[in-house]
Design a protein around this ligand. Structure first.
Ligand SMILES: Nc1nc2c(ncn2[C@@H]2O[C@H](COP(=O)(O)OP(=O)(O)OP(=O)(O)O)[C@@H](O)[C@H]2O)c(=O)[nH]1
Length: 713
């Protein structure tokens, strides 16, 4: 038990407990120090004051914990509460809160607070005395807390100092600090969580007509495989972005902008592979004009039709680019003829569709196409308000080893600034740095501009929308609320499934759909794995990808898997600490792979009842790299701290940076101080070198694993 907890239970101050412990010659450094049962027994004799209150206090504490549990359970029931009340949100174990919670726990803190719906009647506020209970939402500054407790700010600051925290009057206090201070004053505290409206529509303000200015058209190039989309995109880029401008290297951020006749056009790089179909259909939502590329020698093909249907569904005007005109077999008339079936009738034939004949390869007809784009853009009267709060869509996002979450955003309205508080999909953050399509750092980006940003606390998904908020707190609240909402929306109640018993369940007819969650290091892999898995053909069973995203496997993935009876597949990524714990307690099957076909093979084998692995990997521990030393003959020595389990000399290791596996190999040396050791246990420091690998950095995680034999059945 912590000193402050003991103090709270016994109705004395932490200081008094520390004093008494000192008298008993029991060494403690501060209120967070732990005392064991023996110490408590010894203390019992010393602390006699207010004993009467003890039992009652215990009861309250019990209730608090129970209340918390109940809340968690309540949330499990599909978050009914949040649907019914707008004022308050039940205490759901939020990922971020938990992350913080766990971090604190490892340092020795704990939360006994009841984050609950406020019962205002319970609040008794008298002038001089402290209230018995206070409530707060989000955070409190020192002075705000002082006034709630009817104390002087200086008194709170004094207490904080004693807790080892230097704070000024206007400083925000975190939940733990608030609780500790309240416990010092014997005041119960509840956190009131406001349920935010998660819809961006609620926050987007109507633009004033006079603020609207012309904005560049956003163009997507669509078409059948090999009809020349990429070649055309490159030809356009090369024709207008001069080498000098691009500095020789054009940064690829999933979109680029060119200038024609002093007018800008934004092109989205839409991938042409079938695995990206979903992304393409989303792409059409931000698109103002679609270029339908049709090879003059090949004519209208299945994906041509698919693409034009996407564009039509999104009510986006289509310009037909009849490509490969340089080929001898080119037959543009046939293309026109075929497209009339889909109501794309050329102007020459009395219709309204613009057709441009070109050769992307030979850069012929590109200027005509650009001219037509400007023409259509003019007719469309594309406008935006640069003064508005920036709003737009994620084009691409990935987890970068060095930069963290990196997202390419397309600003559709308003102006995005460095430093803006932003909610993106169900994540949020502050725009830390912004880079344009030429790889240059910029400070602001107006309507129709594609930019790459860093600073988000998680990796959003392509197609997610973003909105800037003036207030960072608000952005955080809305981001968290949206995250909860997306988790809840994905929930359903079923029994758990693991790959090992999949076949049994299929045989017994219990399983007709297999729900899979995919997390990968880059969007491309996630999409590719997802489309390949969907193609597995086992009679009567369907694979259902309920989520495919980029980044480390996190707690919300596990919660989603647990709720929807799914399996999590990690491709080149690992579960973070909270996810690991959740997977264990929720019994969620997490499969980690580094090769796509192996992941596919495994699932297919499981579906056919052939999964019978002889060995199974078992992770035995994790160490955090705290320092690195470069020694010329040895290489990089990682000064580590074992955070979980143990590291053994003969274990296999993986080097993980920001949730991404950088390297898998063996330990070369494992040392405690100067000595070689066989193993190092949790909470101990050690020095590790990895065989043939030196790219180790502070903050990396070294994961140790062994292969365990599985008995054949
Ligand atoms: N002769 C000729 N060949 C072209 C032209 N445009 C593209 N090609 C060729 O057609 C092939 C396919 O072109 P891509 O640009 O890769 O086609 P894509 O539509 O992007 O293909 P996916 O990315 O696979 O969907 C390449 O070999 C190009 O060199 C053209 O105008 N004339």
């Amino acid at each position: 038990m912590r000193v402050y907890e003991y103090a709270k239970e016994n109705n004395v101050t932490s200081r008094e407990v520390i004093e008494k412990l000192k008298q008993l010659n029991i060494e403690v450094s501060n209120h967070m120090s732990t005392i064991d049962e023996d110490d408590m027994k010894k203390l019992q004799g010393k602390v006699t004051e207010n004993q009467k209150d003890t039992n009652q206090k215990k009861e309250t504490k019990q209730q608090t914990v129970e209340g918390k549990k109940q809340n968690d359970n309540r949330q499990d029931k599909k978050g009914n509460q949040s649907k019914q009340t707008k004022q308050s949100k039940p205490n759901f174990p939020q990922k971020n809160q938990n992350a913080k919670h766990n971090k604190k726990q490892s340092k020795g803190g704990r939360k006994g607070k009841k984050e609950n719906v406020v019962n205002s009647q319970q609040q008794k506020e008298t002038k001089m005395e402290s209230p018995t209970k206070i409530t707060y939402s989000s955070t409190l500054t020192v002075s705000e807390l002082a006034s709630k407790l009817h104390k002087d700010a200086s008194e709170i600051i004094k207490h904080l100092l004693f807790l080892g925290v230097m704070a000024t009057k206007n400083q925000d206090l975190d939940d733990d600090a608030i609780e500790l201070i309240c416990s010092e004053f014997n005041v119960e505290v509840e956190k009131e969580i406001i349920l935010e409206d998660t819809d961006f529509d609620k926050y987007v303000q109507e633009d004033d007509e006079k603020d609207l200015i012309e904005r560049p058209a956003i163009v997507t190039i669509m078409g059948h495989v090999d009809h020349g989309k990429t070649t055309l995109l490159d030809a356009i880029r090369e024709s207008k972005v001069t080498a000098g401008e691009a500095g020789g290297i054009t940064q690829h951020i999933g979109a680029y902008q060119i200038k024609v006749d002093n007018k800008k056009i934004t092109f989205l790089d839409t991938p042409g592979h079938e695995a990206f179909t979903s992304m393409r259909s989303r792409g059409a939502q931000v698109t103002d004009i679609a270029i339908l590329v049709v090879a003059a020698d090949d004519g209208v093909m299945p994906q041509t039709v698919e693409a034009l249907n996407h564009a039509k569904a999104a009510e986006v005007p289509i310009i037909v680019a009849v490509n490969k005109m340089d080929k001898e077999t080119a037959n543009p008339d046939r293309v026109m003829q075929e497209l009339t079936e889909y109501e794309l009738i050329p102007e020459d034939w009395g219709g309204e569709t613009i057709f441009v004949n070109l050769s992307a390869l030979q850069h012929e007809g590109i200027d005509d196409l650009l001219e037509m784009i400007l023409l259509v853009a003019e007719v469309e009267e594309l406008k935006a308000n640069p003064k508005a709060s920036a709003f737009g869509t994620v084009i691409e996002a990935e987890l970068d080893r060095g930069k963290g979450s990196v997202a390419t955003l397309l600003v559709q309205n308003g102006t995005l600034q460095v430093g803006d508080a932003i909610v993106v999909g169900s994540t949020y953050g502050r725009v830390r740095a912004m880079v344009n399509d030429l790889g240059r750092r910029i400070k602001s980006a107006g309507p129709s501009t594609p930019v790459e940003i860093t600073g988000l606390n998680e990796v959003p998904q392509a197609g997610d929308q973003f909105l800037v908020f003036k207030d960072e707190k608000k952005a955080r609240q809305i981001g968290e609320a949206r995250q909860q909402k997306s988790i809840q929306e994905n929930r359903s109640e079923q029994t758990k499934v693991s790959l090992d018993d999949l076949f049994e369940q299929i045989k017994q007819g219990e399983m007709k759909e297999i729900n899979i969650i995919i997390k990968a290091d880059v969007q491309g892999s996630a999409e590719a794995l997802s489309s390949s898995l969907q193609k597995i053909d086992v009679e009567g069973v369907k694979i259902n990808i309920i989520h495919a995203g980029v980044g480390a496997i996190n707690e919300s993935d596990i919660i989603l898997a647990s709720a929807s009876n799914g399996i999590v597949i990690g491709f080149n990524v690992r579960p973070d600490v909270n996810a690991k714990k959740a997977a264990e307690s929720e019994n969620v099957d997490v499969r980690l792979h580094r090769v796509i076909y192996k992941a596919i093979e495994e699932i297919e084998a499981a579906m056919k009842g052939l999964l019978d692995p002889e060995f199974k990997e078992k992770v035995i521990g994790q160490a955090e790299v705290r320092e690195t030393f470069k020694v010329s003959k040895i290489g990089t020595i990682a000064g580590c701290y074992v955070t979980d389990g143990k590291i053994t000399r003969n274990a296999g290791v993986r080097l993980i940076r920001d949730g991404v596996v950088l390297y898998e190999g063996e330990i070369d040396t494992l040392k405690r101080f100067k000595d070689d050791v066989r193993e190092v246990a949790q909470n101990y420091e050690c020095g590790i070198t990895i065989k043939n690998f030196n790219d180790i950095k502070e903050g990396d995680v070294i994961e140790a694993f062994v292969m365990e034999e599985i008995k054949r059945v």
